[in-house]
Design a protein around this ligand. Structure first.
Ligand code: G4P
Length: 531
């Protein structure tokens, strides 16, 4: 293999998904620690510092003490070049969180062992399924009292509809947590509570076949329970099958404790072995192979105002094929222009490193003078093709937007349109009306504040938001075949249109969606909008 091919083959690009507080930040920090990307001091500062460090870009973030933006972290481990796409969590859950998944080749799902599958995990998981990317599960916080292991796996299978294959098996939990049984090697690895922030220690191991040693290591009761569970497990759980894992049909499950460094490195090692290198991606000219083709990338995120002094925008792009060389020109397909990308950089927490080259699998941020849109393709000047568009994800909160000063019509329209273009919010209009009154839809409520703040600070337009009761939005898949004006839905249903004029339906609850489909047999609704 030549060096160029090797560089691409050794890339692993993944996103970490979880419900807030499951331990995503802690796990990421531990990964970075093993990869040597951050020093010990950085990791023990705790999440408050880590979160603040990510960004001070917007006042609102400072006020709330959370980060609205997400970053990309790169580190080396075991010969792999690993790219972690951090997804914003907590209340700042946004469409960006979904879009980040469009740029990842696989996902790591972190689940709190005492809670099981939670709301945000479920939502993000849906996007992974839509993309059919492999999903690796890390069940965290085993040092705390956990739910029954079989129940946890059952929960994942039922709630998410994916088969699971435990790669290791926990022995007890909380105070009684003794370690894990490695199914492949049939060894029991004893739990040792290494100090916060230090590397995983060398664990004591015994063979599960050696019952005497096993009893001595974990105690009689735990040993008997384990042997019983192993028997049950070998009979009941899905067999490990790498093909199925890579097709996103089977999730390998690992147990551990990110905080105390138990099981993290083993997980990372196995995960990097199982996860695939950058895969071919769909474009209008067919599949684009990462190695065979020259440079190509697509924009999956646009971040405004990263540097307040310059009011700049950064377009984040995922390189899908070839090598990016900062000195060379590229074609921006949608903009119909050949250009040199300005200030290509890698965004690492609060640090930005100027890049000279990057490979398929990597994420780069470039200065955007306002020419890029989400989903745009970039390729080498001699080529011209487009990657499959990024879907529009369903907002869950809606508000009517009113201008306080109606004289500022122009700025109002400009601000709302530009912010929507960046993908932070979606805007809709009444089916038969213009921009005089708009409805804004967001995935996470914090985006309402961001929108209001930016309209006031960047566009000098004061707005009022009046919350609307809708929680569901559906695109009409077969809009050419239905007369939207004559659709009969439920009394709470609202007909709107997006910026491109596509009709959509708003509903207060999921029951109304069912009723509407019932009443209009020909209607086909979709949860994702095609761009
Ligand atoms: P998130 O990014 O998914 O939101 O979760 P984060 O890593 O911030 O972890 C949430 C809380 O859970 C943190 O505690 C963290 O220390 C704790 N935690 C993470 N992994 C484990 C684990 O394996 N075992 C135990 N017992 N706790 C874990 P916090 O009190 O909210 O924050 P901090 O003050 O400890 O930083």
């Amino acid at each position: 293999m030549d060096q160029y091919t090797e560089e691409i083959q050794r890339r692993r690009t993944f996103a970490i998904i979880s419900h807030p507080d499951a331990g995503k930040t802690t796990l990421t920090e531990k990964f970075l620690l093993y990869g040597g990307a951050i020093n010990l001091a950085g990791s023990v500062k705790g999440k408050a510092t880590a979160r603040h460090a990510v960004s001070d870009w917007m006042e609102i973030e400072k006020q709330r003490g959370i980060s609205v933006t997400s970053s990309v972290l790169q580190f080396e481990y075991g010969g792999c070049c690993v790219n972690i796409l951090d997804t914003p969590g907590h209340q700042d859950f946004s469409e960006d969180t979904y879009r980040t998944l469009m740029a990842a080749d696989s996902a790591v799902m972190v689940i709190d062992a005492s809670k099981g599958v939670e709301a945000q995990t479920r939502k993000l998981f849906k996007v992974c399924v839509m993309r059919r990317i492999p999903i690796f599960t890390f069940i965290n916080k085993m040092d705390r009292d956990a739910r029954d292991t079989f129940e946890l796996l059952d929960d994942i299978e039922k709630e998410l509809g994916i088969a699971t294959c435990p790669m290791n098996w926990p022995i007890g939990s909380g105070k009684g947590f003794k370690g894990v049984y490695d199914r492949d090697r049939q060894m029991v690895v004893a739990y040792s509570d290494t100090e916060k922030g230090t590397r995983e220690g060398t664990a004591t191991e015994v063979s599960a076949q050696d019952h005497g040693a096993l009893r001595e290591l974990v105690g009689e009761e735990a040993a008997d329970k384990l042997l019983e569970e192993i028997e049950l497990l070998d009979g009941a759980s899905a067999e490990f099958d790498l093909e199925q894992v890579r097709a996103g049909e089977l999730s390998p499950v690992f147990f551990g404790s990110a905080l105390t460094n138990f099981g993290v490195e083993i997980f990372l090692k196995h995960f990097l072995e199982m996860a695939s290198a950058p895969l071919p991606r769909k474009a209008d000219k067919g599949l684009v192979d990462p190695v065979e083709n020259k440079f190509s990338a697509f924009v999956f995120k646009i971040q405004a105002n990263m540097n307040k002094a310059h009011r700049d925008r950064i377009a984040f792009m995922r390189i899908c094929s070839g090598r990016f060389d900062a000195g060379e020109e590229v074609r921006h397909v949608q903009g119909e222009k050949v250009m040199r990308l300005s200030q290509p950089q890698q965004i690492m927490a609060d640090d930005r490193k100027i890049l000279t080259e990057a490979y398929a699998g990597d994420i780069i941020g470039v200065f955007d003078p306002g020419v890029f849109s989400i989903g745009d393709t970039l390729c080498s000047p001699g080529e011209k093709f487009r990657y499959e568009g990024i879907p529009t994800f369903a907002p869950e909160h809606f508000a009517r937007v009113r201008q306080v000063d109606t004289m500022k019509r122009k700025q109002f329209v400009k601000g709302a349109t530009q912010i929507a273009q960046e993908g932070a919010i979606q805007i809709f209009q009444e089916l038969n009306a213009g921009m005089e009154e708009i409805i804004v839809g967001v995935v996470g409520v914090l985006q309402f504040d961001v929108f209001k703040y930016r309209m006031e600070n960047e566009y000098n337009v004061e707005i009022r938001l009046e919350n609307l009761p809708y929680e569901h939005i559906r695109w009409i898949e077969n809009q050419d075949q239905v007369d939207v004006g004559r659709l009969t839905g439920t009394s709470d249903m609202k007909k709107v249109k997006d910026m491109k004029g596509n009709p959509l339906l708003l509903f207060v609850n999921s029951w109304s969606i069912g009723m509407t489909l019932e009443r209009n047999k020909d209607l086909v609704l979709a949860e994702f909008g095609r761009s």
